[in-house]
Design a protein around this ligand. Structure first.
Ligand code: Q5B
Ligand code: MG
Length: 284
């Protein structure tokens, strides 16, 4: 998911050309206070005139504690982006956003509940209450973790190996899995360190994240490479499924493949791998 400042017309115009699955037009921290109106106008223009095809388009509004949020919601929700991104998300703020979106949907004649929301969790309170935030609305499709703001809120140093995010990462992933929404990891802010980006992406994937935020188009290939199943993983998954067919014929629920036990959880993992491979075009 590629972030771009909402007041940068060049970036908005080429947003879908970098291969990101999703682009996030930012009205918040990437936009200076004096540029908030300009960003809203540019994003509105882009949404009305551009066709971003298959690329998901998300608009990040300003936090509800700011003087910009209500106008952001009112103007951006009417554009019907694929999702509104709520920064500094909490259950209380989600409740307010929910009511506003419902009001706008009724005014615009949109079906109620169709404007989706991604929640950006990036405060200690937001991390502790992430389960309640997701539970508070059926609109939430994904939770994104914001490591920079979170480190500031925790008053800790943001490090390259992200040890300081371990608790937040696992807490967010677990809440997302429990409530069946996507968990998307924090951006890696050194745009020239590809090895660091790959290592950070691998670590978060291992914990259960299904994607990562990017701040620069040069980060997209590395992130996709880490998050895509490898040929070996796909082949292994196919062999598990083939072996399962054979085992079923013999009435076996558990069997051995290459000396390792295969039963239902391993079959389910193989199905997940094949579903992702199919989704991203690595498998017919
Ligand atoms: C980082 C940098 C300044 C580097 O600039 P550079 O100039 O060195 O980049 P170059 O690579 O030299 O650019 C080569 C070509 O790519 C174009 N290009 C660059 N970036 C592009 C892009 N994103 N989209 C499309 N196009 C792009 C550029 O226009 C140029 O095009 P051209 O001139 O035609 O050759 C730049 O990337 C950038 O602005 N990124 C977006 C930053 C942003 O949105 N931040 C806010 C969101 S994060 C956040 O808020 C997280 C969090 O919420 C979470 C937490 O808490 O952790 C928080 O609070 O932190
Ligand atoms: Mg932030």
């Amino acid at each position: 998911m590629l972030f771009m400042p909402g007041n940068n017309p060049g970036m908005l115009q080429t947003a879908d050309t970098f291969g990101a699955d999703s682009v996030i037009f930012d009205l918040e921290d990437a936009v200076a206070l004096t540029e908030k109106d300009a960003a809203r106008i540019l994003v509105t223009e882009a949404m009305r005139t551009m066709n971003y095809g298959e690329t998901e388009v998300v608009i990040r509004i300003n936090p509800l504690s700011s003087p910009f949020a209500m106008t952001d919601i009112d103007k951006m929700a009417r554009l019907k982006p694929d999702a509104i991104l709520l920064p500094k998300a909490t259950p209380e703020d989600m409740e307010i956003l929910e009511k506003e979106l419902e009001r706008i949907e009724k005014e615009e004649g949109f079906e109620v509940g169709t404007i989706k929301v991604h929640a950006l969790v990036e405060t200690a309170y937001g991390v502790e209450t992430v389960y309640e935030t997701i539970k508070s609305s059926n609109r939430i499709q994904a939770v994104l973790l914001g490591g920079e703001d979170l480190a500031a809120d925790l008053a800790v140093k943001r490090t390259k190996d992200s040890e300081e995010l371990f608790y937040a990462r696992t807490k967010v992933v677990n809440a997302c899995k429990a409530l069946k929404v996507d968990a998307i990891d924090t951006p890696f802010t050194d745009t020239n360190d590809y090895e660091g980006l790959a290592a950070d992406s691998r670590k978060a994937k291992m914990l259960g994240f299904s994607g990562k935020l990017a701040i620069n188009p040069r980060q997209i290939d590395t992130i996709h490479e880490v998050y895509s199943p490898t040929k070996q993983e796909i082949n292994h998954a196919l062999r598990v499924m083939a072996a399962k067919e054979e085992a079923e014929k013999e009435g076996l629920g558990v069997f051995s493949l290459d000396g390792k036990m295969v039963d239902l959880p391993i079959i389910n993992r193989a199905i997940q791998t094949l579903e992702i491979a199919e989704m991203i075009g690595l498998l017919d």
